[in-house]
Design a protein around this ligand. Sequence first.
Ligand SMILES: Nc1ncnc2c1ncn2[C@@H]1O[C@H](COP(=O)(O)OP(=O)(O)OP(=O)(O)O)[C@@H](O)[C@H]1O
Ligand SMILES: [Mg+2]
Length: 299
Amino acid sequence: MKTALGQMKWIGYTARPLFGSSLIREESMRSIAVMNQKGGTGKTTTAVNVSAALAEAGSKVCLIDIDPQANASLHLGIEPRDDLKSIYDVLVEHKELRDVRQQVADNLWIVPAHIDLSAAEMQLAGVFGREGILRNKLKSDDMKFDFVLIDCPPSIGILTINAITAVDEVFIAIQPHFFPMYGLGRQVNTIDLIADRLNNRLKISGAVYCMYDGQAKLTSEVEQTVDEFFRQKQFNLPVCSHFREFQTKIRRNIRLAEAPSFGMSIFQYAPTSNGAEDYRRLAEEIIVQGAVADVKGAA
Ligand SMILES: Nc1ncnc2c1ncn2[C@@H]1O[C@H](COP(=O)(O)OP(=O)(O)OP(=O)(O)O)[C@@H](O)[C@H]1O
Ligand SMILES: [Mg+2]
């Protein structure tokens, strides 16, 4: 179906051949990177509040902030002090995740980020195996979680590559506007290439619509275009084979924008707001999605 946005060409997709994919899940822990190379699409708000909702529902959750902006850390009340031990120390200084992880609520831990992380890209240039540092640290971690979520920066450099090499799943946080959607296909192509070379377990398993306005015509046009794109790719692109668009859309809600300045998740700041309701529902869907995958995997 044609949309005012001119269909797939706006998404900017080029295909690569199908090969080298594995659907086998070896562990019960789910590891999910929340990404979109476009800035301000709701990645951090989603990573933080989905983590908090899953923790509230009884899952043991570790959120890793791998963005030098350290927004997820600030959102959960971590002060960016100079002596803060952070993901920088893990990636560059050979520390373990347990050396820098902090518990911030019942069932919820964070590996914080620090502005120092902006130097990591340069410091890691020339380091052999730099793409797999986080994956190896997660493998050797002595604490086990039900979920590990990673809040990615708005670019595909060594930090995002470390994130998507370490996880099994990617959620794309989409703001249903034209610019955030433009180039999505190229991004999917890049994720597919990284999956092919570095992590053949990787799947783009969901799109989360953030700052959603169901009344806007543009919203439904973007949704239709994105839907159509992933529906086609599901069958011929390994990284999209488990894709689903979540039924829950995250409505625009000012409480979600206010919560970070208090260093609180939406459940601590405004537990009865629409924002809290949406992220709780999304977390339920994510839990069900995992249960369905487990049943399929066991069949
Ligand atoms: N559903 C929402 N309703 C209202 N405001 C929102 C909502 N989701 C996110 N915001 C606000 O929009 C801004 C961008 O969101 P956020 O920081 O989560 O995006 P991001 O993709 O992580 O950005 P960046 O690319 O810079 O890391 C923030 O000020 C956030 O508080
Ligand atoms: Mg962010």
